[in-house]
Design a protein around this ligand. Structure first.
Ligand code: UD1
Ligand code: CA
Length: 461
């Protein structure tokens, strides 16, 4: 039996009050619609068709080759949206699962269970239902005395008795593909919203004598639909728990998982310990036995094994095994910290490689540079890389010593085993085994105190 999936993602999402199209709002680093399409892909369907409308280009870009696309030009309801997929699906024989793009928590397991239930029951249509604590806003499942599904009634159309029902339409269905498109042709917009409701297909099929059923899922939270920012935060909380639990089961220690924020694609090795108040985003990988302390934010970065990050920010950076950073330091794009290197406190590194076992202890800026191994960079050193127009590069060779407070004005080549005296402003290249010193000489003036204005003041007597 061939499987197809239709993802409805053309609605305006007015309730988000956003410039960003609703289904592109992210939950733990991934667009909501991408979760839906990934879960759908997990059921190995022959084809996935995503129905797009306003903001179509961005949705197509986000999903790229994961889905086919059709455009619904005017948002006239969920039934009309499924009809937009007709050119790609109408001729197919098989089962079509329809789902919405604003329900990021559905899993492949649930979609698979619905497919199986639908096929085993031999239904023409099966709706996935759930029982939330508060059914307000959802379509209600209306059954007869024997429990057969009669129809679905929307919040805005229901009588008080119908709205008292707490079994709701999760917005996910399986249909016999041919029967779905035949029934959609008969859906009208005679309802409170003047829309073509997909939900009406169930009643149409039942009146034709087709078997129509429901499959009740036990965990309502998976079906949470995001229509506004409050629901977006609720979905993010649930996804965060799911992500964090998976890491803990894989051997990562999260001291307080409720206060640890890890995006969905992050990979973390076992025996890594993460303190509360840590944010790890994007395509980040962290090795084994690392320590990440409170106040760290790590974005699209790669950390080896036994790395310590203390209250620091890393963006598009790399830290090899046995390195450490912080507190209060910043790795910006292109920072590469090689094996055993030490980045201490108040250090910023941008587009620079810091060689093996090199030390940047304190208050240093390194931009556009290549540092060899076993270098000591003293406190307050500045790699001055910008003349207001262009950026220039500095190289420092292995085993060199850069004294505290040096300013290295790029472009500059400092060889291996070079010694830069503290507080020097270096503008010329330095050769192997040379010492460079460039600073004013100290002059001591004997008894000068008595010639100073303060000498007459009471305060300094
Ligand atoms: C819908 C269901 C409701 C169900 C709920 C579950 C209908 C009529 N109602 O209501 O029974 O309980 O989902 O979350 O189906 N969309 C389009 N084109 C349109 C209209 C909507 O693509 O013309 C898309 C939206 O982008 C969204 C999905 O369909 O992803 C659902 O639309 P929405 O307006 O959120 O429907 P609900 O009011 O939540
Ligand atoms: Ca919705």
């Amino acid at each position: 039996m061939k499987k197809f999936v239709v993802v409805l993602a053309a609605g305006n999402g007015k309730r988000m009050k956003s410039h960003l199209y609703k289904v592109l709002h992210e939950v733990c680093g991934k667009a909501m619609v991408a979760y839906v399409v990934d879960a759908a892909n997990g059921t190995q369907p022959t084809k996935i068709v995503t129905v797009v409308g306003a903001g179509a280009e961005q949705v197509e870009q986000t999903l790229a080759e994961k889905s086919d696309f059709v455009v619904q030009h005017q948002q006239q309801g969920t039934g009309d949206a499924v009809l937009a997929a007709k050119p790609l699906l109408a001729k197919e024989v098989g089962v079509t699962l329809v789902t919405t793009g604003d329900t990021p928590l559905f899993t492949s397991a649930t979609f698979n269970a619905l497919f199986s239930h639908h096929l085993t029951a031999g239904n023409a249509a099966t709706v996935l239902t759930a029982k939330p604590a508060n059914p307000f806003g959802y379509g209600r499942i209306i059954r007869d005395e024997q429990g057969h599904v009669l129809r679905i009634v929307e919040q805005k159309d229901g009588t008080p008795a119908e709205l008292a029902v707490n079994e709701i339409n999760t917005g996910v269905f399986c249909f016999d593909n041919q029967k779905l498109f035949a029934a959609l042709a008969q859906v009208t917009n005679h309802n409170a919203q003047g829309e073509y409701y997909l939900t009406d297909v169930l009643e149409i099929l039942r009146q034709q004598g087709e078997p129509v059923g429901a499959y009740a899922m036990s965990d309502f939270s998976e079906s949470l639909g995001v229509n506004d920012r409050v629901a977006l935060a609720a979905a993010t909380k649930l996804m965060q728990r799911r992500i964090n639990e998976a890491h803990m089961r894989d051997g990562v220690t999260l001291i307080d998982p409720e206060r640890t924020y890890i995006d969905c694609d992050v990979k973390i090795g076992n025996d890594t310990v993460i303190e509360p108040g840590v944010v790890i985003k994007g395509d980040t990988t962290i090795g084994q036995g690392c320590q990440i302390t409170t106040g760290s934010r790590i974005v699209a970065s790669h950390l080896g094994n036994h790395v310590t990050v203390t209250a620091s920010t890393l963006e598009h950076a790399k830290m090899a095994d046995q390195t450490d950073i912080g507190p209060n330091s910043h790795l910006r794009p292109g920072a590469v910290i090689c094996y055993g290197a030490h980045v201490g406190n108040f250090v910023e590194v941008k587009n620079a490689e810091i060689g093996e076992n090199t030390k940047l202890g304190h208050l240093t800026y390194v931009g556009d540079a290549t540092l060899g191994k076993d270098i000591n960079v003293g406190c307050g050193t500045i790699f001055s890389n910008f003349d207001g127009v262009k950026k220039f590069h500095t190289t420092v060779g292995d085993h060199s010593f850069v004294g505290a407070g040096a300013t290295l004005i790029a472009p500059l080549q400092i060889a291996d085993h070079a010694f830069i005296a503290a507080d020097s402003t270096i503008t010329k290249d330095v050769s192997r085994y040379d010492m460079a010193i460039a600073r004013g000489r100290q002059v001591n003036k004997p008894d000068y105190w008595h010639r100073l204005p303060l000498a007459d003041s009471e305060e300094w007597k």
